[in-house]
Design a protein around this ligand. Structure first.
Ligand code: ADP
Ligand code: MG
Length: 226
């Protein structure tokens, strides 16, 4: 599904140059569950943003389904994102002025989907993550664990093939973190490809493959024994 070759990302300001990614080679196949670990500042979020086509590499190649995305115009990238990708972040990024249902339906706004179908799909994903009874609530009326479930539902409503999760359990207590991991595991078993950044070794154990990063490079890779 994904292939990166000698990919680098350098942030330049007037005074300093930061090499956030330094020669990344990475292959991820359809249906994999990959975890990425490493100290703060080593480039994990930068890597996820580039995988998600929210940012572009400074050099090197990134192909998605065999299509080189590095030079594509923003409209085309947006189209690929819309049809293939779902994002889950550490902070839940919900809109406080909207209900849970509206937050979730918002993710289908630029899709060619009727209002009735949006509603049906919102019901389906709210059921799936166990928040259907909170549909009319506002995000700030929910616990952190529930808010992250809403964020997962929002990522799922467009039926992405690839889910990118940046420390999805970072703001959650042990129990709610575990619940989110169980949801990701279930999604992966249903066929979604998942790439997740985490600081938790036990959460990384849910993945079939683990990368450790340091200073913008992939240091080592571990595959879980089947
Ligand atoms: P991680 O997610 O592993 O903590 P990041 O990918 O966020 O690391 O950051 C990698 C490096 O790039 C860090 O040194 C960070 O300071 C730098 N960096 C990240 N985003 C920017 C930016 N927008 N402008 C300048 N430097 C950045
Ligand atoms: Mg980060």
């Amino acid at each position: 599904m994904l292939k990166m070759r000698n990919l680098s990302r350098v942030y330049r300001t007037e005074t300093i140059e930061t090499t956030a990614l330094d020669g990344i080679d990475l292959d991820i196949a359809d249906g994999e569950f990959v975890a990425i670990m490493g100290p703060s500042g080593c480039g994990k979020s930068t890597l996820l943003n580039i995988l998600g086509m929210l940012d572009s590499p400074t050099s090197g190649s990134y192909s998605f389904d065999g299509i080189e995305v590095a030079g594509l115009p923003e409209a085309k990238l947006a189209d690929i994102r819309k049809h293939n990708l779902g994002f889950i972040f550490q902070s839940f990024n919900l809109v406080d002025e909207l209900s849970i249902r509206e937050n979730i339906e918002l993710a289908l706004l630029y899709h060619d989907v009727s209002a009735a179908e949006r509603r049906r799909r919102a019901d389906e994903v709210m059921d799936k993550v166990g928040i259907a009874h909170r549909a009319r609530h506002r995000p700030n009326q929910l616990s952190g664990g529930q808010q992250q479930r809403v964020a997962v539902a929002r990522a799922l409503i467009a039926r992405p093939r690839l889910i990118l999760a940046d420390e999805p359990t970072g703001n959650l207590d042990t129990q709610h973190g575990e619940e989110v991991m169980k949801m990701l595991q279930a999604l992966n078993r249903e066929g979604a490809t998942i790439v997740m950044v985490t600081h938790s070794p036990s959460h990384a154990d849910y993945a079939g493959r683990l990368f450790n990063m340091l200073d913008g490079r992939i240091l080592q890779e571990r595959r879980r024994a089947a």
